[in-house]
Design a protein around this ligand. Structure first.
Ligand code: PNS
Length: 166
């Protein structure tokens, strides 16, 4: 059987332990996994794309079949260019389902051969999102245990010490 390459797309602003949990699970199912950061975000990101890529690379350093990349434009076009067979997405709670279903079905309409595979993160991360991590941290709350310690440190430098992008 040929190798199965999957793409795990997202904003990853910043990477959370929930993302990492999903990456580890995905890496055990697929032969290769590319974590792909969307570059043309409509939202106002906290971390720049190079910063997010660097953090993802650091977080996935020990997983040999995982690489990190960026993409812009349609996800299906990027997946086709990489000859990926699957898209990986996480579903945490019921509320994720509607948005994820819409995206998966739209992607299937655009690229019928590309399958979306949903995985559930560990139960302890089902409430964790990058958006909430950013919000809680910016308002002075603790995000300990929800992101790697060194991401918390990066958040501190960015939010409270005004670190400028390199
Ligand atoms: O982490 P996010 O922000 O929920 O990820 C959303 C993402 C990047 C997967 C989605 O916005 C996306 O695929 N954007 C690329 C443009 C595209 O293909 N849009 C149509 C999707 S149905």
């Amino acid at each position: 059987m040929s190798e199965i390459l999957a793409i795990y797309p997202g904003s990853f602003d910043p990477i959370t332990n929930g993302h990492l949990d999903l990456i580890e699970r995905g890496s055990q199912i697929f032969n290769r996994l590319i974590v792909a950061v969307l570059t043309n975000l409509e939202k106002n990101p906290l971390f720049t794309v190079p910063e997010r890529v660097e953090m993802l690379q650091e977080a996935t350093r020990g997983i040999s079949n995982v690489s990190v990349d960026t993409f812009s434009g349609l996800l299906v076009d990027y997946a086709r260019q990489k000859q990926a067979k699957a898209l990986l997405r996480g579903i945490r709670a019921f509320t994720d389902y509607e948005y994820e279903l819409q995206m998966a079905l739209m992607n299937r309409k655009l690229a019928p051969d590309l399958e979306t595979v949903f995985l559930m993160p560990a139960l302890s991360y089902t409430y964790v999102s990058s958006r909430l991590v950013r919000e809680v941290f910016q308002l002075g709350g603790s995000v300990s245990g929800l992101v790697p310690d060194w991401v918390e440190e990066r958040l501190h430098r960015k939010v409270f010490q005004g670190e400028q992008p390199k």
